[in-house]
Design a protein around this ligand. Sequence first.
Ligand code: PMP
Length: 439
Amino acid sequence: MIPAPTAPESDALFARARAVTPGGVNSPVRAFNAVGGTPRFIRSASGAWLTDVDGNEYVDLICSWGPMLLGHAHPEVHAAVSAALARGTSYGAPTEAEVLLAEEIVDRTPVERVRFVSSGTEATMSAIRLARGFTGRDVIVKFAGCYHGHVDSLLAAAGSGLATFATPGTPGVPESSTALTLVLPYNDRAAVEAAFAEHGPRIACLVTEAAPGNMGVVPPEPGFNRFLAETCASHGALFVSDEVMTGFRASRLGQWGLDGAVEGWRPDLMTFGKVMGGGFPAAAFGGRADVMSRLSPEGPVYQAGTLSGNPIATTAGLATLRLATDDVYAHITAAGDTIKAAASDALTAAGVPHVVQSAGTMFSVFFTDPADGPVRDFADASRTDTAAYAAFFHALLERQVYLPPSAYEAWFLSSAHDDRAVQTVLDALPAAAAAAAAT
Ligand code: PMP
């Protein structure tokens, strides 16, 4: 059931927006299509709180879908950006901030060299082009339920067999664009082995979310990423780890900090975005020096961007990463643990079957039956009760808590989620669980 509108100014803006923009939004997931109702139009944000155009305040559990690790309008990020703005906004020539941000990323991750772009989509698109250019091979492997941006060759639904080539997941992507993409079930070693056994000599790279967060949070089973890295290496393919969402978020060192750094392996290429842009359009891909050196102008693989390494975005990203110290992650972990436990308690008390899953500081709640076990792949995730989630979402929104308007997303926190923000969530959860139970 779609609740009665409580946001007349948002309603009015949404009506105008729909006249001039498809669906009224500039990225589909911002619409409330999956949960019903009118998206809130945001006027301002500070710390853990969003304020909409009607003056309603919400604890933000989206954090711009990941980037706002330090919360909104962080004073030190704001000061750095303001100072940068006064020096001009884009030069089309290199700057010191790009060098500093690249050094910070090289320092914190296993990549040896890095190239900046403006979105996660560009980062994965460019990494795949580079992998193909480096290996001279054409096939790429991805997992169902992993999202890597709206790259044609990655917008592919799984074929039926284990190692069948994919069909496009959207009109507008020709079959030729996905005909070289193999889509496999996540966490399935046998499927990976079968795909490499059949197509190994043609596989340029395997790309995976380091810990999938775009079908809800589905952590890699222990050793799975290492297995992928080793399988790629033994077939001469590159292992591309997409840390656009997990990078500088799942832990200080991203998901890699939770597995690769501990187990002693590194991806050949990685992609980053979200947190590293500090709320501005900045993303990156990077990796082995010998692979990255194939990129233009040093090498033959072309890649470019008018606003790549933009001085405002790199300044915001650098300020954010420098402030993202261990205590930030400790705080987000503690706040997340409190909210996870409370959500689970409330749902249990209301009799709503659910499974809570985490990857470092990232987590999500699946409305699936725990008797079916953990959510290991997209088929498992697809069993989530979306009607129960919609009721849960709206009951929380009415109580000043803004969850992602989709059952298949991570819940994001920030270092600005203080006791008052967390308590607001805790107070709202029992009624939301009851609403979910009533569906
Ligand atoms: N990769 C992953 C893992 C993502 O989560 C996203 C965005 N949600 C992207 C790539 C694409 O990034 P962008 O939206 O900046 O293009």
